[in-house]
Structures are given as C-alpha cells and as structure tokens.
Design a protein around this ligand. Structure first.
Ligand SMILES: Cc1ncc(COP(=O)(O)O)c(/C=N/[C@@H](Cc2ccccc2)C(=O)O)c1O
Length: 456
C-alpha cells in the first residue's frame, strides 16, 4: 500500500482559534516582529518548537494520575531510573527539570576554566553553559553541515581530522570533553552515523578524553541510522539505540523532545565518582537527586515516554510528516535545508530573500511574514539567534540564516501541514516585495527570546 498507516488515533482535541490577517498584523506589531513574543492564543499552528509540545499518550496520562507524590526516593523515582538504565544502558541516572539544567550541572563539574570543548556545531544553551563554566567552544562538524544545499545523509558528523588537530594543538589534558549532539538542531536536525560515532569514540579513548552526547533527539537519530546507513536496515531501533549509547561516557538529555513530555530532563553516566560530584552540585541548584526539581508524575511520564519513543511505527510517522512538509515546499521551489531533518523543516531565508543583507534580519522578517500569511509561528535560527561577538561587539554572521518550522510530535494532521505550506507559498510568490527589519530593542544575552523589531 502507498499510504503509511498512522499508529495512533485522537482521544482528546484542543479547539484552535482562527484569526484574520488584520488581527495578526496587530498582534505581530505588538510583539515587535518577534514570534517568541506573540501571545499563544493568537497563533493558529505553532511550529515554534518541538520542545515540550508533544501530545502525550493515554498511558502517560494514566501513569501520571497513579503516581504518588511521596518525597525522596519514591516508587516513581525507581521506575524512572530503572527504565532509563534499561533503555539507555547507563548505571547512574540523575533527573533534572529540563535539558539546560543537565548541561549546567555537567559543564560545571567537567570543565576547568580555559579548557576546550569540541562540538558538532553549537546549540545555544549547551554553548552558553560550556562558556559559563570557563570552557572554550570549538566547532568540529563536517564542512557540509554549514551548506544548506549539500545533500549529505549524515550532516551531523564530526570531522575526525578537525578533532585530532584540536587535540594535538592544545593537548589532550586541555580538552575537557567532546560534546556530540545527535540530530544536530542548528544544522537542520541532521543525524550522526554510527560509523562516525565509533570513529569519534575511538579517538576519545585513544587520548583519554570523555565523550558526552547531547542525546536530546537520539531516538530520531537512530531512525535515520536504520533508514540511511548501509547494513542497518534490518536492525531493530532499540538495538541500534543501545549500541549508539554504548559509545558515550555520559549523556545530557532534554526529555521535552524524544521522551514526549512537557517538562523534564536527565543526566546519565557510567562513573560512580562523576555521578557523586554531579549529585552534590545538583542538590544546590536543581533539587533533590530523587526528583531534580520535578514532580513524581513528571518522572513516570518520562519513564513511559522512554518506552514509546523507540517504536519504529511512531518514529516513521513522525519523521515522514516532516518529510511531507519539506516535499510540499521543495516542489514549489522554496529553498530549504537538504536533506530534511528529524524534527523540523528549515527554510533558507538567505536564498528566499536574496535581496536583503543579513543585518536586515531576513529570517526574522520571513518568520513574521509566515505568521501574517497563515497564523503559523516559526522560529528564527539565523543572525539574531547567533548573537554578538563578545570581543568585537559586532553581530556574529552565521552562514546559516534559517527559519525553523518545528513539528511537535503526534499533534498535527496532514491538513495542518497543507495549510502551513499554502501560507508559505503565498509569501514565496510575494518575496520581492518583502523588505528588511530594524532592531529597535536588543537585550544583552540570548537576544532572540526578547528582541523587538520594526519593518524598514
Ligand atoms: C539539542 C538541544 N540541547 C539542549 C536543549 C535545552 O533543553 P531544554 O533546557 O529546553 O529542555 C535544547 C532545547 N531546544 C529547544 C528549546 C530552545 C532552547 C533554547 C533556545 C531556543 C529553543 C528548541 O530547539 O526549540 C536542544 O534542542
């Protein structure tokens, strides 16, 4: 059969508010042309983020109702830890309230000021915590990752030569750890191959450098390994996933993505002494080691989510939905990052609006225009998100000037995607008439969250 069967049906719905273009123009002006500042009820289809926006299953909701909110080492805690131990294969597990909390704990415990951290591209909060701990961020991703049109099946891969050069240049003891993100968000949700993970792990072992994964979207990465990597087609997802995890000394996870929950995160490591240091630090900042600042119901929702996230029929449905939207845009000639990622379609705003210089914020403007056209909220992932260079005070000019259409898990149907595609094609038809933006308010840190703009 041509049509892929959906592996679930709808049990509860949330009514959506339909707005007029005039209402959206007023709302966007009030939000200073920043989609992060829109009021949620003025948004028809929310593609801002896949973080914490998934639909939970009837089983997750049922488990949440049954969780007893007892303190300290509750049944929920043991259920969570045992499930993560089994699914991910790490002995020591520390819950945190979300991903950046895990990054805060790990960076503070593993980095000595002045040490280097090698990454495959950057993620805003991950880099922020590495630098706050005195670490020096280095990008060792393959060159193709910075080229939106390059058709590489594993654009998230690290370049072993770049990594080896860094280790030789600064010395192994000056590299705090290697941080490998799976399904690299800022590159377009691009996977890392198992072969590349093995190579990087071998390099780290050779020099005695810890290998840490940002495993926030590792389940979706496992699907791409099965679908794209030679020799993997007949392996079960949980089997690929366990092998993938076996190469890391530790992982940080934002559970708000793969694990299909609205809040939550965790750290998992193999070394008892490292766990103890993280636990002692977390006690002061993130809550008791038995809950990480979460309620017990959140722990059981994560445990159940960890079971559901590796179902191949769910993963196929989720990732094919992203590919469906990408195909609709590609067919009309809209420039997007290729190949499509696991959690989002990324529009190349630089090629969409080639007449705008990057410091007139093309991706920020395009995200606003998409909202005006169809009530669809997207996220700017370009010069505004990149921020300013602390030394020169000038904008950082990233090669990728993208608008991210981030698809929540198990929430939208094909009709929602068709409405979004239609709105984007409408903007595409008028692209020559679209001008730039001027930033009229700029906060000092992570400016993309609260900056305000006006049309030029
Ligand atoms: C690969 C990766 N690693 C860690 C985290 C942090 O996890 P958490 O602290 O949010 O739980 C995230 C969060 N990504 C979200 C939310 C977001 C956060 C900051 C700026 C923009 C968007 C997004 O991409 O939408 C991530 O993608």
């Amino acid at each position: 059969p041509e049509v892929q069967p959906e592996p679930y049906r709808i049990k509860a719905i949330e009514p959506l508010v339909l707005t007029t273009r005039a209402q959206r123009e007023a709302a966007l002006r009030e939000a200073g042309w920043n989609t992060f500042l829109l009021r949620s009820q003025d948004v028809y289809i929310d593609f801002l983020t896949d973080s914490g926006t998934s639909a939970m299953s009837s089983v997750q909701w049922a488990e949440m109702m049954r969780a007893a909110e007892t303190l300290s080492y509750s049944a929920a805690y043991h259920r969570f830890v045992e499930t993560i131990q089994e699914v991910y294969g790490f002995p020591y597990v520390l819950p945190t309230h979300q991903g950046r909390a895990a990054e805060h704990v790990l960076s503070q415990v593993l980095i000595r000021p002045g040490q280097y951290v090698a990454n495959n591209m950057y993620f805003t909060t991950t880099r922020e915590h590495q630098e706050r701990a005195g670490g020096i961020f280095v990008d060792v991703i393959i060159d193709e990752a910075h080229d939106p049109a390059a058709h590489h099946p594993f654009k998230g891969n690290m370049d072993p030569e770049k990594l080896r050069d860094l280790i030789r240049r600064v010395g192994p003891e000056q590299v705090a750890y290697v941080c490998l993100e799976l399904n690299v968000n800022m590159a377009g949700g691009q996977p890392v191959s198992l072969e590349n993970v093995r190579t990087v792990a071998q390099l780290c072992r050779e020099f005695g450098i810890p290998l840490i994964f940002d495993a926030t979207r590792a389940a979706e990465n496992a699907y791409f390994i099965k679908a794209r990597e030679p020799g993997m087609q007949d392996r079960a997802i949980p089997d690929i996933f366990r092998e993938l995890m076996s190469y890391a000394d530790g992982i940080t996870v934002s559970a708000k993505k793969d694990l299909l929950v609205n809040i939550g995160g965790f750290l998992a490591v193999r070394d008892a002494a490292l766990y103890r240091r993280m636990e002692q630090f977390a006690l002061r900042f993130e809550g008791h080691p038995a809950d990480g600042g979460l309620a017990r119901r959140d722990l059981v929702a994560m445990a159940q989510g960890a079971r559901e996230m590796l179902d191949v029929n769910y993963l196929r449905s989720r990732i094919e939905q992203v590919a469906y939207l990408a195909a609709a845009l590609r067919k009309a000639g809209v420039p997007i990052v290729e190949p499509p990622g696991g959690h989002a379609v990324f529009i190349d705003a630089r090629r969409f609006l080639p007449h705008l210089p990057q410091d007139q914020f093309p991706a920020q403007r395009l995200a606003g225009e998409i909202y005006l056209a169809a009530g669809v909220r997207a996220m700017e992932r370009g010069i505004v998100s990149a921020g300013r260079d602390p030394e020169t005070g000038q904008h950082k000019y990233p090669r990728l000037e993208l608008v991210r259409l981030t698809i929540p898990r198990r929430v939208y149907t094909q009709r929602h995607l068709d409405v979004a595609a239609e709105g984007i094609l409408d903007v595409f038809a008028r692209r020559e008439q679209i001008g730039g933006l001027r930033m009229v308010f700029e906060p000092p840190v992570l400016r993309f969250f609260t900056a305000r703009f006006e049309p030029m």
